[in-house]
Every structure is written in C-alpha cells, then in structure tokens.
Write a protein that binds this ligand. Structure first.
Ligand code: FAD
Ligand code: SF4
Length: 487
C-alpha cells in the first residue's frame, strides 16, 4: 500500500445538529458545526492533490487544499485568511453553498467514498476566526485600504454585489453599495432563514467588507431614488455594477390565487425573516399561518418556507411538488432536514384551483396528479397532467415558491440596457459582466435568474476584474466591444 492509500479515510466526519423536536420550536441554527478536534480529523482526510480538481469546481477558486492544510496543522486563523483571499463570505458559503454540486462533487474522494467535507471545514475556519475576534475584542476594521483609483457604484447588496465591491476595494477603488432595503445582505438576510444562516454571521462578513473601505448606503432604490445615468453623469461614478437579484415572485395564475392566506414565498419569508413577523405583536408585521400549510415548489425556497411555517405554529406542512424527489432542485441536506422535522412531501401533484370561504379565506386546494414525460430544457423530466385526476385537500395557508425573476425597474429607467425579453434578465457577456450599456456591468441572479450564492459571488468577482480592466483602459478604442465580445 502506498503512503496515500494508507491515509484514505472513506467516511466523512459527521456534523452535529439540533434534535428535530427541539429545533422546530425555535429559529436557532440547526447545524452546529465542527469542534476543533472534528475539523482536524476531517481535514486529515484531504490528500492535498497536486492538481486539485475541487478548486476547479469552486466558482471563486478558493485554495481548498491550502486552507485545509492549515486546519490539519491547527493554524485555524491562517486557514481563514486563505479563504478570504478569494471569498469575503466564507461563513455564509460554508453554510449555504451546494458543495455537493461543486467543489465536493469534484473531490477525488467522491469517486471512492465520501468527498472531503469542504463546506463544513470552510464554516469551521470562518467561525473560529469570528469567535477569536470576539474573545480578543478585535474588530476587523483595521485593514485600512486606501482608495486611490476611481469611483464605482454597486447596486444591490446580495452576494454578487458584496464580492464585487470587496474585490474592487482591494484593488484601490472607492466603492459605494446602494441597497433599496434598510439592511444590506440581499437574500442572505431577507430570504434564507435564521435557522440556516444566522443574521449575525451575515452582519459580520459585511462588516469585514466595510472594513475594506466599502461604503453602504441603504434605503436607496436605484431607478427611483436616482437612476444609473444620474449616478454616472452627475455623481461621478465611472462604472456601475448591477447586482439586484431576482426578487419578483412568479405565480401560477390559477383561479383563487388572490384568496387570503396565499402568499408568495418572497413576501412570506421577508416578513418572517427581516421583520420578525413570527414575534407578532412585539413586531408589527403579522403573517397569519394556519394549521394546514401547503408549499408549492421543490427548491431551497420551498424547503425554507415549509420549515419557517412549521416554526411559526402550523400543525401540518406539506410540500406539493409536480415532479419526484429525484428532480427536486433543493439541497439534499435541506430536504433531509425538512423530512426529519416532519414536513410531508407529496410528489407528482400541482394545484389547479384554490377554494375559499365566504370571507375570502383559503379553505381548500384542488390538485391534479402528474406523470413524468421526456427530459425538457431544464434537464429534468417534464411533468404532464393526468386527465380527470383532480382531487381536493383542506389547506388554510399556501406559500407559492415556484421561482422569481428580476424586477424590470432598473432596465426601464436605464436607456440602452437590454434585457432578455423572455426571462427579464439583464443581458451580459458571461465572462466579463459587460452589459449593452457602456460602463455598466451586471452579475448574479439579475443576469441568470434565480441561482445560487456562490454563482452570484463568482459573477461579482469576475465583473470586478473586468471593471478594473475597463477603468484602466477606458481610452482604448473599442474597449467596450472587446468586453462585450470576450470569450
Ligand atoms: P440578491 O441576494 O437577491 O440581492 C439583491 C439585492 O438587490 C437585494 O438586497 C435587493 O433588495 C437589492 N435591490 C433590488 N433592486 C434594487 C434597486 N433597484 N436598487 C437598490 N437595490 C436593489 N442559494 C444557495 O446557494 N444556497 C441556498 O441554500 C439558497 N437558499 C435560498 C433560499 C431562499 C429563500 C432564496 C430566496 C434563495 C436561496 N438561494 C440559495 C439563492 C441565493 O440566495 C441567490 O442566488 C443569491 O442571493 C443571489 O445573489 P444576488 O447578489 O444576485 O442577489
Ligand atoms: Fe483534498 Fe479532495 Fe481537493 Fe484533493 S480534491 S485537494 S482530496 S479536497
């Protein structure tokens, strides 16, 4: 047996979680993270590959074997430093990234047994650094980067914008983030619930980005408070990055969808997460959650909505999904968590009508059974309704989580900025983020439609590189065409 095979440990170190019965009564974080001992044990599984395929699977190209090696050596702070070289949001990504489809999928150990738990180790290092800072009362505000280059405006404050802004600040630009809500963070604060991603974690990573010199302006609705044109022509911003996400909910447009008790996931989660509706009357944004809740959809948003409804007092929560478990886009870990908590999964069904009482409140949903046909453009088998298979179930609350699209406001108020007419997404060169308007870049969900945190972060990082290139070559003839056509 060679040296490497001797070290092969095929099973990954499990991570502790709160017990289902305990966790459904509160919004405390479910996953508890690794202890130092567990982290070192898991890190020791990494083979430190010379040409590590895991790094290729990471959209922000974290030095994965590098940060894991530091954990093996007990150099936890050094490990966090390596993470932050490529990603200012390690505690966030360690918690919510679909590693099973990215770095961990590419890990060589995935073919032999279980991949190294890269996400859990990322979370460990970032949390270790946070705890150490608290203990030593160190505030990460001493990076002291000075801005010697031009002014860049970043619209929105989700992961795409946060990463773009921090990369530009590191390169010496004066960067201002303009966010329409009263709190920065995008979906990380208003969508993903506290029990999966505590707000303190997001706040801390944003304060690190602020410490790089990035200014954050909240309650600024670009397109309304000021247009992009005004920011560029009147306020002297030389380039703009648009990372406004995909926050416009989709509905099915079926009879009864306007009944009381039917919410878009966006409204439901924003009110619960950001405005603490679950603490009514201490907070003044009530959301009435009934006893029988149906959640339409099969992605992360549907899982979060269902688990939030349970914690808000629902007696029975059912996920109603038109395909089967195999096609569900939600993270496997979150499906398992929802199952453990007692969420019911009803597959191969779709609502066709909602039925209310005389006061306009939802009472029943009429569902139709589906079967799976050929593979469609999403790469999954197409659901086909089965004729005359309708049936009714009692429901008093429904949360519709079937996808979101970008808001059309910015594109409407920015002449020359083209959007895809079918999907409403801003059209960009995928490599550079250059839009059809000179000086304006975009990335994240606003260009792809609803996707993932790390893809948004990757797009923000790529755009920052090309914003820098553009601002250094502004006078070069054909520079914008070059950025728009780059392959
Ligand atoms: P966003 O995070 O949407 O941020 C956009 C920001 O722009 C928002 O703060 C918005 O208020 C602001 N904005 C919009 N319009 C304007 C304007 N005109 N002016 C100023 N500001 C504006 N991904 C994962 O990888 N893992 C998960 O587990 C996961 N779970 C999810 C759960 C939920 C409930 C949701 C909704 C999404 C989830 N996602 C998950 C997807 C992920 O959160 C998104 O793909 C990611 O946040 C997109 O980042 P972004 O920066 O493009 O946009
Ligand atoms: Fe370690 Fe897996 Fe990456 Fe190899 S592929 S360096 S084993 S994490």
């Amino acid at each position: 047996m060679d040296k490497k095979s001797k070290r092969l440990v095929l099973k990954r170190t499990p991570m502790r979680k709160r017990k289902p019965r305990e966790r459904v009564k509160s919004f405390y974080e479910v996953a508890l993270g690794y202890t130092e001992k567990e982290a070192v044990k898991e890190a020791n599984r990494c083979l430190e590959c010379k040409r590590p395929p895991c790094v290729k699977g990471c959209p922000v190209e974290i030095n994965i074997p590098g940060f894991i090696k530091r954990i093996k050596e007990g150099e936890f702070l050094e490990s966090a430093k390596i993470l932050k070289e490529n990603n200012p949001l390690p505690a966030v990504c360690g918690r919510v990234c679909p590693q099973e489809d990215q770095c961990e999928k590419s890990c060589v150990l995935a073919r032999k047994g279980a991949p190294v738990a890269i996400g859990r180790l990322e979370r460990f290092s970032a949390d270790y650094e946070a705890k150490k800072e608290k203990r030593d009362s160190l505030v990460s505000s001493s990076t002291g980067l000075s801005s010697t280059k031009g002014k860049v405006a970043v619209i929105g404050s989700g992961p795409a914008s946060l990463v773009c802004a921090s990369e530009l600040a590191k390169k010496g630009y004066s960067v201002s983030i303009f966010e329409s809500l009263h709190i920065p963070g995008g979906v990380l604060v208003y969508g993903i619930p506290e029990f999966r991603l505590p707000k303190d974690i997001v706040r801390r990573e944003i304060s690190y980005i602020r410490s790089l010199g990035v200014k954050v302006v909240t309650n600024f609705f670009a397109g309304r408070t000021q247009t992009i044109g005004e920011l560029m022509n009147e306020d002297g911003y030389e380039a703009v990055f648009v990372g406004t996400g995909a926050g416009l909910p989709r509905f099915m447009h079926i009879p009864g969808e306007n009944l009381l008790g039917i919410y878009s996931a966006n409204e439901f989660l924003t009110r619960m997460n950001l405005m603490k509706a679950y603490k009514f009357p201490d907070y003044d944004t009530p959301v009435k959650v009934g006893e029988k809740v149906g959640v339409i959809g099969g992605g992360n948003v549907a899982m979060d909505s269902a688990r939030v409804a349970l914690r808000a007092g629902a007696k029975k929560v059912s996920i109603l999904y038109r395909r089967t478990k195999n096609e569900m886009p939600a993270r496997i870990e979150e499906i398992e968590n929802a199952e453990e908590e007692g969420i019911e999964f009803v597959f191969l069904v779709a609502p066709v009508e909602y039925i209310g009482d005389e006061n306009g409140w939802l009472r029943q949903a009429k569902l139709i059974r589906m079967r799976l046909g050929e593979v469609d453009s999403s790469g999954r088998r197409r659901p086909i309704p089965i004729k005359d298979s309708e049936f009714k179930i009692p429901l008093d609350t429904v949360v519709v989580a079937i996808g979101q699209s970008p808001s059309p406001l910015i594109a409407k108020r920015t002449p020359g900025l083209k959007v895809d007419p079918r999907r409403g997404t801003i059209m960009v060169n995928e490599k550079t983020g250059a839009t059809t308007k000179v000086g304006v870049f975009a990335g994240g969900d606003v260009t792809t439609g609803a996707a993932t945190v790390i893809l948004a972060a990757g797009a923000g990082k790529a755009a920052a590189k090309d914003i820098d290139y553009y601002l250094n070559n502004k006078d070069k003839k054909g520079i914008w065409k070059e950025l728009m056509e780059k392959r």
